[in-house]
Design a protein around this ligand. Sequence first.
Ligand SMILES: C[S@@+](CC[C@H](N)C(=O)[O-])C[C@H]1O[C@@H](n2cnc3c(N)ncnc32)[C@H](O)[C@@H]1O
Length: 261
Amino acid sequence: MSTLNGTDLDKAQGHWILARMGKKVLRPGGRELTEQLVGFLGIGPGDDVAEFAPGLGHTAALTLGRHPRSYTGIELDPDVAAMLRGKLGGPGRTIVQGSASATGLPDACMDKVYGEAMLTMQADHRKQEIVREAHRILRPGGFYAIHELGLTPDTIDAAQKATVQKDLALSIRVNARPLNAPEWTELLEREGFVVKHIAMSPMRLLEMGRMVDDEGLWRTLRISLNILRHPAARRRILDMRRVFRQHSAHMNAIALVAVKQ
Ligand SMILES: C[S@@+](CC[C@H](N)C(=O)[O-])C[C@H]1O[C@@H](n2cnc3c(N)ncnc32)[C@H](O)[C@@H]1O
């Protein structure tokens, strides 16, 4: 077993391996799709905002830079939630440790809710529960935005979809279930949202050009050195990149912004 700071590099979920190597941007569409999503949400000083699964807090920092009235992060992982409290804590800022499917927040208390790279990894019924919870905590007219892994084209057949899901699950050690654009739309609209905006970009998370865009040159160099120094992590990351490349014609990154009617 190869471990790094308690992480088993052979078994750990792919995003935590990348995080251990120093990668900050863990969502499929990278910084660019995140910035589009935050821009479209138009977060401002009058907004109560909730983020599902803030992870390392990259998008939280963008949101807090817009000075919302309040920010609440709901993160499942206790260690990550504790880290976020230390990093983001302050007046009007709350980190709840728990599942986005049952936040414990009151009905209709938020203006904007978003979550990135967190629905894809849930089973279908749990995806639905999380979207329902977003709808419950939003005020009428409030916005919900997601940024996830997509399947393409819209007409992708069931066999191809199953192959992508199986190869992804084996490689990233997460039971990832990406959906195509009509399926993501249907997931949101079934709970009472109306989709207002869809953006897509290629799934290039582990390609050098995207890494430099997302992390900057110096961090990319540091990440590359870390990967070189840890052969077990390198094997896992190269395998993930192989799968992303192999299925590049059928996978993309997708962001949707929807409004609660
Ligand atoms: C791939 S990371 C993405 C983190 C961050 N959103 C980003 O894009 O960089 C997935 C995150 O989702 C969190 N997570 C998974 N299921 C969750 C749930 N049901 N409720 C809240 N957080 C969850 C994990 O703990 C992890 O921090």
